[in-house]
Design a protein around this ligand. Structure first.
Ligand SMILES: [Fe+2]
Ligand SMILES: [Fe+2]
Length: 162
């Protein structure tokens, strides 16, 4: 199952709601766009009635496949050095999503909500530890510099170097 990342719990005061924060911006446009979609779809899973849980989880599974495939391809194409554990983490999440989708299709919507809560818990750590390194690498590859990120109304994290 998904790893727990507790370092960024303060970003999620309400476990039943997962909203976009500019804190998640990493400075590589295509990735930031994908991450906004991720947050929207996971929040829909947290909030939706049982009647649409399976359809919403199918939509999220399609998103996750293309989200992780894009990042895996960016890492492969640019020969991003520490890519193995990042690719593995994507694979582990996709495996969980597919397993839970089967259970939800059989009527266990609570399992879909548990997955959504785990995804909301997992995402900040993954984004800050793994995706941010990739975003910096991709911006450097394309522009020769570190990404410039303009965040609105965000209190800087302790130890943040951005
Ligand atoms: Fe990502
Ligand atoms: Fe990633």
């Amino acid at each position: 199952m998904l790893k727990q990342n507790r370092d960024y719990r303060t970003l999620m005061p309400n476990p039943n709601e997962f909203k976009w924060s500019d804190e998640y911006l990493l400075g590589y446009g295509p990735m930031d766009g994908t991450h906004r979609e991720f947050v929207t779809l996971v929040n829909a899973l947290l909030e939706c009635p049982d009647a649409v849980m399976a359809a919403n989880l199918e939509a999220f599974a399609r998103h996750a496949e293309s989200h992780f495939k894009d990042e895996d391809e960016w890492m492969e194409r640019t020969e991003f050095p520490p890519r193995d554990c990042h690719v593995e983490e994507h694979g582990a999440v996709l495996k969980s999503v597919r397993e839970v989708l089967e259970v939800v299709r059989q009527g266990d919507c609570a399992e879909g909500r548990r997955l959504a809560a785990a995804l909301a818990d997992w995402f900040p750590g993954h984004a800050f530890h793994l995706d941010s390194a990739l975003a910096q690498w991709l911006v450097k590859k394309s522009h020769g510099g570190k990404p410039v990120v303009i965040r609105r109304n965000v209190v800087q994290r302790e130890g943040s170097d951005s």
